[in-house]
Design a protein around this ligand. Structure first.
Ligand SMILES: CC(C)(COP(=O)(O)OP(=O)(O)OC[C@H]1O[C@@H](n2cnc3c(N)ncnc32)[C@H](O)[C@@H]1OP(=O)(O)O)[C@@H](O)C(=O)NCCC(=O)NCCS
Length: 319
């Protein structure tokens, strides 16, 4: 059994269309002031009608391959986390596989809503440790604008579209994934769900949410999961160089960091520009922060996410 997996490359892609809070006023009864003070969001990227989750995923993956200096044929597994697959089946991962020219390797989707990237990371880390794969492409990609109810101002202002990807490979040294923790509790179903599904009513459905339930659960569960992941690898809060929580809402991000005793200077926040991109939010925040030189090699990162289910989880890694 190998000791560890590590990030070999990263990439992201955002659709070119930007919807600012001010632009929403044309069709939503809201204000920039309400959205910004409650959520920290100023804008979100939105796909065009014919832009698909797979299109965003392919672009992010190509950027990740380039950053890792790898070719399509070097990848031996694809895991794609999404809540907005192109189709009910087959998996969006298999569409991405074909578009990237990859053949005869496993490719599958993970559905854990906003925690999907952390779930994928634990699965990929385990596959690498067990020597079932050597270089895994992990993608978080979403077109949430397509399942938002644009007549529901309590939810439609919160979400955006985008994709982030990493390549996880073998590590011989001390850097890499140090610990991962995953959790779920299905009794919270009614707090955050889609009111459609193939088996339930043969529709895709729209996002339904009890915002206050989610807010309270998020702060507690994200902080507890981060502490558990730290404990598993015998590290402390002070060892963290960068805290990268799920980018749902600035108040959740700040409250969680405060509860953990992590200061704002060590907390990555991209929610202002991207809004909540569900499974794409952590890889987007990670990739943009490495690209702009905020996060550097050998930094210790604490990632955590929570989403519908509820599902939640955390990961400590050394870049
Ligand atoms: C969604 C959230 C910002 C709402 O904030 P809140 O303070 O709980 O607001 P409430 O839902 O209690 O609504 C307060 C008022 O604002 C109004 N309101 C809701 N959305 C609004 C909007 N976009 N613009 C203007 N007013 C709005 C409500 O109608 C309500 O008005 P009323 O008192 O006259 O009925 C907050 O609950 C939250 O951040 N929750 C977490 C959501 C999240 O991040 N989910 C994803 C996790 S993966």
């Amino acid at each position: 059994m190998l000791s560890r997996s590590k990030i070999l490359g990263h990439g992201y892609f955002l659709p070119s269309k930007i919807l600012k809070n001010e632009d929403l006023l044309a069709f939503v009864d809201t204000s920039d002031e309400w959205i910004f003070t409650r959520t920290g969001i100023k804008q979100r990227h939105i796909v065009l009608k014919d832009e698909l989750t797979s299109d965003l995923a392919v672009m992010a993956s190509k950027n990740a391959l380039k950053s890792a200096n790898l070719k399509s044929e070097d990848i031996d597994c694809i895991i794609l986390a999404t809540t907005t697959p192109d189709e009910t089946f087959p998996s969006t991962a298999t569409k991405v596989q074909t578009q990237l020219g990859m053949k005869n390797i496993p490719a599958f989707d993970i559905q854990a809503v906003c925690s999907g990237f952390i779930y994928s990371l634990q699965i990929a880390d385990s596959l690498i440790k067990c020597n079932k794969a050597k270089k895994i492409l992990i993608i978080g990609a979403e077109t949430l604008s397509k399942i938002v109810d644009w007549s529901d101002r309590r939810t439609c202002v919160l979400f955006g579209d985008g994709a982030g990807a990493i390549i996880l490979g073998q590590s011989d040294g001390k850097s890499g994934v140090l610990s991962t923790k995953l959790f779920s509790d299905g009794s919270w179903h009614d707090s955050l769900f889609s009111d459609g599904g193939p088996s339930k009513n043969q529709t895709v459905g729209k996002i339904r949410m009890n915002g206050q339930d989610i807010f309270k659960q998020a702060v507690n569960k994200l902080s507890e999961a981060t502490l558990e992941a730290l404990s598993e690898c015998n590290l402390n809060i002070d060892d963290i160089n960068w805290f990268i929580p799920h980018q749902a809402n600035q108040r959740i991000i700040s409250s969680t960091a405060k509860k953990l005793g992590i200061n704002d200077q060590k907390t990555i926040s991209t929610v202002r520009l991207h809004a909540n991109t569900s499974a794409a939010s952590i890889p987007l925040a990670l990739s943009t922060s490495i690209e702009n030189n905020t996060i550097k090699n050998n930094d210790v990162l604490a990632l955590c996410a929570i989403g519908g289910g509820l599902t939640w989880g955390s990961c400590i890694l050394k870049l």
